[in-house]
Each structure stands twice: as C-alpha cells, then as structure tokens.
Design a protein around this ligand. Sequence first.
Ligand SMILES: [Zn+2]
Length: 275
Amino acid sequence: MPTVALSSPQAACWPNWFPSSSPSSEPTPTKIGGLFPSPRRDGLVTPRTSGRNERGGRWRIIQAGIAGCGQCIRGQAEIVGSPLNVGEIPDPPTTVDVVFVGVAPTSLNGRHKGRHFWSNVNDPLRIGLFSVLDGLLESQLRAVNGRSKSAADDDFRARRLFFIHSCKVRPVPGELRAPPEAVVASCARRHLVDEIIAIRPRAVCFLGHNTAPAAALLGLSIDGRIATANVRSETGEWNGYGVATVQPVRGAEKRTALAVRRLFAELGGLTAHHS
Ligand SMILES: [Zn+2]
C-alpha cells in the first residue's frame, strides 16, 4: 500500500469518519458503503477552529481571484471566456474525502450554454458521477437529484465529496468540448493548485482525458491507477491519494466506476490503518 503523510488537520478528522453509534468498529476495506457515512448536517456546519476559518477565507479569496482573473483568457477571447463567478461553485465541506476534478464548464455556445456540474441539474457529468457513486456507496444521489438539485448538492457534500474544474474558463465555440491544452495547464497552475491546497482533500480524482494537463501538475496521468499525488505552490502544499480516469459519460461509466472503487478501497485501507 502506498504511504501518505497525513497532515494533522486530516488526522484530527478520524473520530468523525465513522457513524457515532459504532466509533470503534473495524472497517472492512471491501465494504465501501460502510466507509462513507450517510449524509449528516454536521458536515456542513460553520467551521469552529481558527484553522478552518482560515481555510474558508482562503477558498473565498481564490474564488474572487478566479472571477477577476483576465490572464487565463487574455488574447484568445474567441476561444475561451467567461471565468467562473463567485458563488458558481459552492463552499466545500469542512472535511473533504474526495474532490472530483472535471475539465471546465461547458461551451458558451454549445448545447449546455456554459453551465456545469453545479449549475445544471441535468449536466451529463453530474448525472454520470452520481450514477457511479450510487453504485458504490448505496446512495440515492440520482433519485434525490431528480426531486431537488439543492438536496442532491447537500447530500453529495455531506458525504464529504466535492467537485471542481481543472480550468475555470469556458470554451466559446459551440463545437469546442474543452479549452485548449495550454489554457487548461496555465489556468490549473494559476487556480486549481491553490484550491486543492485550500480544500485539503484526502484524495483527488480527475475525470476526463482533457484534464491531463492539470492532472500532470499533481504527477497523475489518465490511466485509472491509484497513486500518491502531491502539489506545491506559494500558498502551501498538499499530498494524498490521486487517480485520473475517464468521464462517466457515453458508455465509459464502468471504467470510471472501477477507478473510483479502487480509490475508495484505498481510502478504506488508510482508515483501517489509522483506527
Ligand atoms: Zn485565471
């Protein structure tokens, strides 16, 4: 098993990992559903410690930086535009086990009009990811999503899962599925790296071949293999587990599910190791 140096804030979260009714039960690495607690409102409460408040402040500063950034679209307004606005991505849970990382919001002139995982209840990646998670966690995210987008958002985050984009700007032409590689790489270096350092997830999971330039910044390639990942910037550093795989859309769902299952199993093994 790969070893991961856990920072103390992550270690401090262990007592909350299991349902309070069975704090000392030994997890079984293969029983994935039991490792991810059912949605609990306390996963979304306002941070109590100064460290967590500091993290929330950093997150909001990063979001404002993305919204006001002209660098990622400079000189190529016909190709990419419309950076994510403040509030388009909700605040992350105080504890994040896995942050899923997509490519970018959809094309401004395409079928989905620049919308994305957090803004379109029928976003194909959202539906695909919820289906994969329902198959692994005994959750009902797709059914909940069918009734209420905000309830599904809350359920997803209460499971200590989160979603962000590699690239924060939208392709402009309708036929462009993703920003150019160079834009993904430079935007991810400018914004995504700091987001991951601020969120401090236990693991990252990149979804889609077009995330490759961003995944590479963490030492990951799109091969579905679980690896130790790390990244560093002026704001700090992060290390944990990582995997990069295909998007759970257009028939690739099983491939995504296999990689995510492996990642969850690896996290379960880590939990057992520390319990
Ligand atoms: Zn930017």
